[in-house]
Design a protein around this ligand. Structure first.
Ligand SMILES: [Fe+2]
Length: 235
């Protein structure tokens, strides 16, 4: 049994509630690690959380029924409840200073699981997911998801108008799902975060192309997607 006392009052923000003591069990084969979280934007604390090796994560993912991938909440809750142990991802990670990398971990007819590695300052294009569901977790570092509303789009003409809506942060404690009704977004590892990040993406069903948008130029167009590595080996 590991006990972490977090009962200290946040002195900077009185709106933050007092912190109660936590008792968390260490259950094999789960791995418990100390993770530092930021609360109310001012102070941080350390608590013990169960972290799952990626192999066990895949085993559990494969047990989920097909119906779990047809709506958002069940997979989002699965990611929330099953944080992945960062060190178990090592063989799947690759880094490129010019572009983020896409690393395939698992693929079935139902879903694909990809680790994306983000150097400091890297970002994706604004894109959609071909009407497929997408869930994201961030076992390493922090990332921002910037969401957009499509005012109009004409794929034949390659024209579009999009407007930024909201931005959410993803980190080890906060996975997220793409809203099927407003699926256009991009992922950013801002320079001010000043650390590498790795995100895990579950796409259902798998797809190998997507539409990218330029808010500045009012354009959109389809691009092909590629894996940098597959099952731990270069593509
Ligand atoms: Fe995406």
């Amino acid at each position: 049994m590991l006990t972490t006392n977090i009962s200290k009052q946040n002195p900077r923000n009185p709106l933050c509630p007092p912190r109660a003591p936590l008792c968390l069990s260490l259950l094999s084969p789960w791995i418990a690690h100390i993770v530092r979280y930021t609360f109310c934007g001012s102070t941080s604390m350390s608590i013990a959380v169960k972290q799952t090796p990626i192999d066990s994560f895949v085993t559990e993912l494969r047990k989920l029924p097909d119906s779990a991938f047809d709506q958002v909440e069940q997979l989002r809750a699965f990611l929330q409840d099953t944080p992945v142990h960062p060190e178990s991802l090592t063989s799947y990670l690759s880094w490129d200073r010019q572009h983020y990398t896409r690393n395939l971990i698992d693929k079935t007819p139902l879903y694909e699981l990809i680790a994306i590695c983000w150097e400091v300052g890297q970002a994706s294009s604004v894109h959609n997911h071909k009407d497929q569901n997408c869930w994201m977790a961030v076992p390493i570092g922090r990332l921002l998801v910037e969401n957009f509303h499509v005012v109009h789009q004409d794929f034949a003409l390659g024209k579009s108008e999009i407007q930024a809506t909201d931005t959410v942060e993803m980190n080890a404690a906060h996975p997220c799902a793409v809203d099927p009704l407003e699926p256009v977004h991009r992922v950013v590892n801002p320079r001010e975060f000043n650390q590498r990040a790795v995100s895990l993406h579950v796409y259902s069903r798998p797809f190998d192309s997507c539409i990218v948008y330029s808010a500045e130029h009012g354009t959109c167009g389809e691009i092909q997607l590629h894996y940098t590595t597959q099952y731990g080996k270069p593509s």
